[in-house]
Design a protein around this ligand. Structure first.
Ligand code: GDP
Ligand code: IMO
Ligand code: MG
Length: 425
């Protein structure tokens, strides 16, 4: 069974937790896009693990973990993370693989990311994670990027020198400090040796695994509304976190995919700038942030919080072809008198948008249309069977499902591994 898992909103839906849960039945877990901008949290016992580049499946011994060709990988972030994973007691040898076709995020990409963000005027800022993601993908599609395989070539350090010179022109134009090419060469030299053992032809590895009947789990990072094509452009990341990206980012054909699971938080959050129709700037928003621990796993920034947006979720269902939903964080809503679901955006002339508009400017003229449902006012984190949930909690979940389509597969009622209800998957 080969499963693609994607985020349905603006990220941080709980993908890490659900991947960890599904890895039990998988043999290979592959990241197919994004980079260390991701922050995927897995809670096991009293330990909290946050993963950025390494697939969240790594916490299961023996499972293979792959950085696919669609990822942009910062070698320093990765080395740090690999050391951390080993310090947690997990063995990586023989089961961690980096695509030689993946592109690298270099120090100058990070510097350009920050300089570009600083240069953007108010209202145009994206609020990037500063991890160099945009410039690394720009280099990739501009055909001047550096692939992981390049570190194996004898001219690697000459290429570093040439690229630094080029990048310095961009940095100077942005009013930022240039980088020292020789310093960069010194920085990257030891890295080459450290990463070499993991670099391989992962396309070959993926296909051998599939031919041997292994189960593959495709771990999406970011989410549908951050997709460079489908999201709230330009307030997006620079990759395709939607289901199609799983194929282009791993070298596996769409024919090999058996199902798509969408991860859907039962309210909405967003980190960084950009439109967010159901955002709450009041006490309810504060309650969601406090109860949900809504602070960025990568940057520590407080996440913007709001009610569940069925327009976004329905759009995500279609774009990804979601078969099953993994709904998360139901418990965060436990203390509300009433809970709201946004079913459309009403424009000032009365027109109601049922699908997410491409032109973000129209959102300034829209108000969300809400349905209000009674809350359940009791703790749900201890519940282990769907039938045992309070009736109003079930009604809320079922109304969401009715509005967005797809089936319910997993329901999460807390951060810990055990607080996961398997329903239809
Ligand atoms: P990801 O980026 O989609 O993997 O999500 P993050 O890890 O960035 O953020 C999700 C946060 O919610 C993490 O702190 C998780 O431990 C936590 N979490 C996941 N599922 C649940 C849940 O059902 N209830 C609660 N209360 N927390 C959850
Ligand atoms: P996970 O995988 C939430 C957001 C940033 C910014 C925009 C562009 O943990 O869900 P980038 O650094 O990618 O150029 O930033 O995208 N962003 C995320 N928001 N979760 C993430 O990942 C994100 N990765 C990027 O905040 O608004
Ligand atoms: Mg996250």
């Amino acid at each position: 069974m080969n499963t693609v898992l994607v985020g349905a909103q603006w990220g941080d839906e709980g993908k890490g937790k659900v991947i960890d849960f599904l890895t039990e039945e998988a043999d290979v877990v592959v990241r197919f896009q994004g980079g260390s901008n991701a922050g995927h949290t897995v809670v096991v016992g009293d330990k909290k693990y946050v993963l950025h580049l390494v697939p969240s499946g790594v916490l299961h011994e023996g499972k293979h973990c792959v950085i696919g060709n669609g990822v942009v990988m910062d070698p320093f972030d990765l080395m740090k993370e690999l050391e951390q994973v080993e310090s947690w007691g997990f063995e990586l040898k023989g089961r961690f693989h980096i695509s030689e076709r993946a592109h690298m995020v270099m120090q100058w990409h990070r510097a350009i990311d920050r300089a570009e963000e600083a240069a953007r005027p108010a209202g145009r800022k994206i609020g990037t994670t500063g991890r160099g993601i945009g410039p690394a993908y720009a280099a990739k599609v501009g055909r001047y990027g550096m692939r992981v395989g390049d570190i194996l070539k004898p001219n690697f350090l000459d290429v570093v020198r040439a690229q630094v010179e080029e990048a310095n022109r961009a940095l100077e134009a942005l009013g930022a400090h240039p980088l020292d090419a020789e310093e960069m060469v010194k920085l990257y030299t030891p890295m080459v040796a450290a990463l070499m053992p993991y670099v391989t032809d992962t396309i070959q590895f993926m296909h051998e695994s599939l031919e041997a009947g292994k189960s593959v789990l495709f771990e999406g990072a970011q989410a549908t509304m951050l997709d460079v094509d489908f999201g709230t452009y330009p307030f997006v990341t620079s990759s395709n976190p939607t289901a199609g990206g799983a194929c282009t980012g791993s070298g596996v054909s769409p024919r090999a995919i058996d199902r798509v699971i969408g991860v859907l938080k039962l309210y909405t959050t967003r980190v960084g700038e950009g439109p967010f129709p159901t955002e709450l700037k009041d006490a309810d928003g504060e309650t969601l942030r406090r109860r949900g621990g809504e602070f960025g796993a990568t940057t520590g920034r407080p996440r913007r919080c709001g009610w569940f947006d069925a327009v976004v979720a329905r759009y995500a269902q279609r774009v990804n072809g979601v078969d099953f939903w993994a709904m998360t964080k139901l418990d965060v809503l436990d203390e509300f008198e009433t809970v709201k679901i946004c079913t459309g955006y009403r424009r000032d002339d009365g027109f109601v948008y049922q699908t997410f508009p491409a032109d973000l400017a129209v959102l300034d003229r829209c108000e969300p249309v809400y349905e209000e449902l009674p809350g359940w006012k009791c703790e749900t984190s201890h519940v282990t069977r769907y039938e045992d949930l309070p009736e109003n909690a079930r009604k809320y979940v079922e109304r969401v499902l009715e509005l967005v389509g797809g089936k319910l597969g997993v329901l999460s009622v807390g951060p810990a591994r055990e607080t996961t209800l398997r329903i239809g998957v």
